[in-house]
Design a protein around this ligand. Structure first.
Ligand code: G
Ligand code: G
Ligand code: MN
Ligand code: NA
Length: 253
């Protein structure tokens, strides 16, 4: 079956799922947040987002799917807060198309109102591609989102846009260092110096630094030594279904 049809069918039967991957402090491994990651179950397994997200983008389905992920993540986060767990920030990925949709701000406001989640517990992850073209519109969208009290992080940092000028023009809270730079730590002196440079630059701009895809102890030690604030990666946990994530929260209380 065509991927587009599979996506349609899965939407119809409400089969999409959201997994959560913890974000932890690099110093002590305390859970301080989580990233919501869309999952498409198929034939007893999952179709990778790397495969279906591009199709969802081409067909425009990403807009309704994205709205659903946002609502689901906010609702889940609020439920965990009501259950008495210490409040955490949930981050939701927005593709450039989603970021540039006209009614984004309204959608976010309505979702926060409906789920009764305070804006400070939501973060949006955008890639550097969201800053291309439409500079004025982007600046307005950005400022509007920030004025609600929502955090914004740059996802896959270091892999995209060539100019860094947007880092000064926009009030960005957090840089997520792409996994490709983390992978080389301990192997290749050039790429671990890139990770180091990103940390130094982000710090001097007063941003929070998060390293993605941390798998090995020596990577963690490097990131601790260079004072990267937080990490996400298999070394701590894979993305988990909500019930499994909640077990991690219980262990931490
Ligand atoms: O777990 P991982 O395989 O989930 O994700 C692969 C890619 O898919 C990542 O680049 C991630 O940012 C993207 N992705 C995962 N969930 C979402 C989502 O809800 N919306 C968008 N736009 N991208 C997502
Ligand atoms: O592009 P984005 O950063 O949103 O995508 C996050 C992706 O990285 C997801 O596909 C998630 O499952 C994956 N991921 C998270 N931690 C690790 C890790 O330690 N190793 C690997 N290989 N993938 C990871
Ligand atoms: Mn992400
Ligand atoms: Na990333």
């Amino acid at each position: 079956m065509e991927l587009e049809n599979i996506i349609h069918q899965t939407i119809e039967k409400e089969g999409f799922q959201v997994y959560y991957q913890p974000r932890v402090t690099s110093s002590s491994g305390q859970i301080v947040g989580m990233e919501a990651l869309l999952r498409l179950p198929y034939n007893g397994g999952f179709i990778s987002p790397a495969e279906f997200i591009p199709v969802a983008e081409e067909t425009g389905l990403i807009l309704s799917l994205g709205a659903w992920v946002l609502r689901t993540a906010c609702r889940q986060n609020k439920q965990w807060q009501l259950a008495g767990y210490p409040p955490l920030r949930v981050s939701v990925n927005l593709s450039p198309n989603q970021f540039n949709q006209k009614d984004l701000l309204l959608q976010i406001k309505e979702t926060l109102a409906e789920t009764e989640l305070a804006a400070c517990w939501l973060e949006l992850e955008i890639t550097e591609g969201a800053f291309m073209n439409k500079a004025v519109a982007t600046q307005k969208t950005f400022a509007d989102i920030k004025s609600l009290g929502i955090h914004i992080s740059i996802d896959d940092f270091g892999t995209g846009y060539s100019s860094l000028s947007y880092l000064k023009r926009f009030d960005i809270d957090c840089l997520k260092i792409d996994k490709s730079f983390v992978d080389e730590i301990g192997q290749d002196s050039k790429d671990s110096s890139i990770a180091h440079a990103i940390i130094s630059m982000g710090k001097s701009l007063h941003m929070l630094l998060v390293a993605e895809g941390v798998e090995k102890q020596e990577q963690l030690e490097f990131l601790q030594k260079h004072k990267c604030d937080q990490i996400q990666g298999y070394i701590f946990s894979r993305p988990l279904p909500p019930a499994e994530f909640e077990k991690l929260l219980q262990k931490q209380v």
